[in-house]
Design a protein around this ligand. Structure first.
Ligand SMILES: *Cc1c(COP(=O)(O)O)cnc(C)c1O
Length: 394
């Protein structure tokens, strides 16, 4: 089913699946199969030669996974989607496809820890260098693009300091140099931000987070131009092999149906918790894209539908106080990851960013007192009550 003119809330439920083709099954069937039978030897030959469509082997394609790929492509307004076994499988397949030895990658000043790890490995093994940039102005970006720059790789909002990057501006500069822009859109999901509409070339997701939304699957997705993703499907996806399992695609199709409903509640709750947190005497600094006083709020208004569900803040005191604060929580869960129904709270300095050297970490604004909060779907008053009683004990 194609539904070019349908709304986002309809696309999350219907795109890519026609029950008439599946014996009327309302739910997308789970094709838990590794391989596919051919009617004749000649048919097998034609399928391998690419002369006839149809499935061959589940590392090369699976009907349940295909539905998900069509759905995410429609949601990100891209030509083709590709599904991977984790967010990092998607990140690595795309970065390896775009680069060759001695190339250069220009990155946003904050990156997911394992993406940073991957780039460091690519530097050591293949001399693929990288630079970090705040990407505040066009001049800054122009000055950092080299003849060997293979792509610009951006996360916005940046984890966990919630700085934003103007994607349209980055895409405009990149176009002048003929360099593709890759955006990790995990923190926003396509409901809040659609980088391809702003001129970027490839969108990546850790579908583990908001897209799955229920904390029960680790998965990744990529969306972009058909030619490029066809190439990725036949090279770094097929031959490195980080594909998505059919059951995980099934869980994601189920999770994505409620993405707009969940995201609106995440944002509603985050806005309320933000207002409470910012006036608490034991909260020193607070970082939230939807904050009118955040220097990047103008970028938020320009490219995001709402401020999202993540808030970071410094508690007053030391590392010990930050840890005590977490230990005082009664029902909120101390955990990394984000975008789940449960509110998740973590200490970046000793958890998600513990591998970042201390001086680099402090330079990024990740202090020993910084807390990252992924506001869940509970009643916000209960979430606040738990946060408040823990803050009051500092
Ligand atoms: C979690 C995350 C990843 C990695 O995804 P996995 O599914 O854990 O492999 C990449 N980027 C961002 C921004 C993330 O939050």
């Amino acid at each position: 089913m194609t539904n070019e003119n349908k709304h986002f809330e309809t696309t999350v439920i219907h795109e890519g699946y026609d029950s008439k083709e599946m014996l009327g099954s309302l739910a997308t069937p789970l094709f838990q199969t590794s391989t596919y039978t051919f009617d004749t030897a000649e048919q097998g030959e034609r399928r391998f030669a690419g002369e006839e469509g149809g499935y061959v082997y589940s590392r090369l394609g699976n009907p349940t996974v295909s539905v998900l790929e069509e759905r995410i492509a429609a949601l990100e307004n891209g030509e083709r989607g590709l599904a991977f076994g984790s967010g990092m499988a998607a990140v690595s397949a795309i970065l390896i496809a775009l680069t060759k030895a001695n190339d250069h990658v220009l990155c946003s000043s904050g990156l997911y820890g394992c993406t940073f790890g991957l780039l460091s490995m690519m530097k050591d093994k293949y001399n693929i260098s990288h630079d970090f940039s705040e990407m505040r102005t066009k001049d800054e970006i122009h000055s950092l693009i080299k003849p060997e720059t293979a792509c610009i790789y951006v996360e916005t909002p940046i984890n966990p300091t919630m700085k934003l990057i103007d994607l349209q501006m980055v895409a405009e500069v990149a176009k002048e140099h003929g360099v593709p822009v890759v955006v990790d859109n995990t923190f926003s999901s396509p409901y809040l931000q659609r980088p391809l509409n702003l001129g970027c070339d490839v969108v990546l997701h850790s579908a583990t987070k908001y897209l799955g939304g229920h904390g029960d699957v680790v998965a990744g997705l990529a969306v972009g131009k058909k030619d490029f993703l066809d190439e990725v499907a036949m090279t770094t996806q097929k031959d490195i092999g980080g594909i998505m399992a059919p059951m995980d695609a099934w869980l994601l199709l189920r999770g994505i149906k409620t993405l707009p409903l969940r995201l609106d509640r995440h944002c509603d709750n985050a806005e309320k918790i933000f207002e409470k947190l910012r006036s608490h005497p034991n909260v020193e600094h607070i970082y939230y894209p939807g904050d009118e006083n955040n220097p990047d709020n103008a970028i938020c208004k320009k490219q995001m539908k709402r401020g999202g569900g993540l808030i970071s803040f410094d508690v007053r005191g030391t590392k010990k106080d930050a840890q005590q604060f977490l230990n005082h929580l009664k029902f909120l869960k101390i955990a990394v990851s984000l975008g789940d129904a449960e509110t998740l709270i973590q200490h970046p300095a000793t958890m998600t960013h513990s591998v970042v050297p201390e001086d680099v970490r402090l330079n990024m604004g990740i202090t020993d007192q910084l807390i990252r909060l992924s506001v869940g779907l509970e009643h916000w008053e209960d979430v606040w009550a738990d946060l408040e009683q823990a803050l009051n004990q500092l």
